[in-house]
Design a protein around this ligand. Sequence first.
Ligand SMILES: [Zn+2]
Length: 503
Amino acid sequence: MDKIRIRPEVFFGLISPIGVDLDLVQSELSEGLRRVSFTPKLIKLTDFLREHPEWFDLRFETEFQRYEKFIQAGNRFCRVSKRRDALAVTGIAQIYRDQEDRPNVIAAGAAYIFRQLKRVEEVKTLREVYGSNILFIGCYSPKRSRVRNLVSILLKSERGTDANELEAQALKIIGIDENQKDEKDGQRFLDAYPHADFIIDCTDPTTIRSSVSRFIECFFGHPFVSPTRDEHGMYLAQTASLRSSDLSRQVGAAIFGANREIVSLGCNEVPAYGGGTYWLDHRPDARDFQLGYDSNARIRADMIRDLLGRLREGWLSEDYAAKSPEELATEALRDDEEQGPLARAMIADVIEYGRMVHAEMNAITDAARFGRATKDGTLFCTTMPCHMCTKLVVAAGIKEVQYLQPYYKSLVRELYEDSVAIDESLPNRVRFRPFVGVTPNGFRKVFEKARRKNNQDVADRWNPTDAFPIFTTGYPSYLNTESNVLSGLDELNDRMQQEAGKG
Ligand SMILES: [Zn+2]
C-alpha cells in the first residue's frame, strides 16, 4: 500500500554576493519548485528596512547610493538591535504574518525562499529554527561577471557617466559587500558560504539554468543523481579536515592526479617525527591542544610587545611611554567595544608562526613521502589556499585548485600573479576556482540511496510531479521555535524605538 505523504514546508536561504543575477536565480528556482509541485514564496529580508522609514534612511538618487544605503541600514539594524541575525528574525516574522493559522499549522507544499543572507549568524538562526527543512544555497559568480552585471544596473540611473567611473563604483560596492572587515556589524557573506548545501554556478544564464535544474533533481529525490568528480573531490577534502585538532579551525585538502585518481589527503595538524602529522595514538603527543596554546598568537603578541616597547623611546607620547610593553600591547590589540589601533591591523593577520602544516602542505608532502606524482593534478581544499601553501601548489606542478570558501583578501593575487589565475583561466597559470555543485554538507543527503528498483527488478524512474524532498523531516518541530524567535522581535523593535528617541 502506498503511504499518503503530505508535502512538507521547505525553506531555502540564498547566500549571495552583490552583482549576482539573483532575479534569474530566483525565477529559475521558483520555476523548478513549481515543476515538483511546490509553491514558491519569496521572503525578502530588506522589506523590514523599507517598512520603517522612521528608523532607516533609504532615500537615494542613484543606484550606487541605493546599494550603499541598504548596506548601511542593515549594519545599523544589527548594531542597534545588538543582534547580527536581526534580518533573519524579521524574515521569520514575515512567514508568520502572512499566515493566519500559524503557529499551529504548516502550509503544505510551500517553499519559502529567503533572499538574501549576508551573515553567518543569520544562517545559524534559520538552521536552528527550521532544522533539516531548510537548505542553504550559495551563489557563485566570478568577479568580472558581477562587475558587468552591476555596471548595467548602475547605468539605469547614471546614463552618460563614463564607463570607467561606473566600473570603479561597481568595484567599490563589491568590495564593501565582500568583507567589511573593519565594520563590527558589517556583512561577511564569505563566512556564511561554507554552510551552503549546494552552490549554484551563476557565471551566466546558461549555467544558472543547468545548476538550478540539477539542484532540484538532487534535493527532490531523483534516484540516479550521482556526484561529479569535483563534488567527490571536495567531499573527500572535507572528510580529511575532520581529523584536525587545530585550535582555530579544521581545514582539509585532497589531491587528485592527472587522470582523476586519488593521490593524497591532508588536514591542518602538527607534523610528527618520521613523516606525516600526529594521530591520537602518537607518544609523546605534541599537538597544539596538548601544549595548550596557539604558537602563532603567542609570537604575534611578542612581536607587537617588542615593537611597542622599542617605540617608547621617544616615539610615543608621554602617557603611552609610561606604560609597560605588556599594557601597550593589550590596549593596542583590544577588540571589544573600544577597538585598539592594532586589532584589525595587517600585523594581526600574520599566520607564519603556527606549528601545524596546512592541509594543502600536508597533502603535498604526503604525496612526496609516498612517491606519488602531483604533476598536472587537481587540489581540492575547504578554504582557498594561503600564500604559503600556494607556492608549494605551484612548485608541485598542480594544475587546478578548487576551494569551498573563497578568501578575496588573500595575498595570492598580489604575490603570484605570474603563476596563478584566480577566478579565470589563463595560459601558464594554475587555475584557482571556487567550487560549485553539491557541497560536503549536502553530499550524504543527496547521494546516499537505498534500493533503486521495484519488485520486478526494474530501475526506478523519477517523476517530477510526485517528487518528494529528500531533506525534510516528517514531524517538523519548528512551529514552536519559530514563535520563540519571534518573541525576540519585540525586543528588536524596542531597541530601534529607543535609539530613534535618542536622535
Ligand atoms: Zn596554507
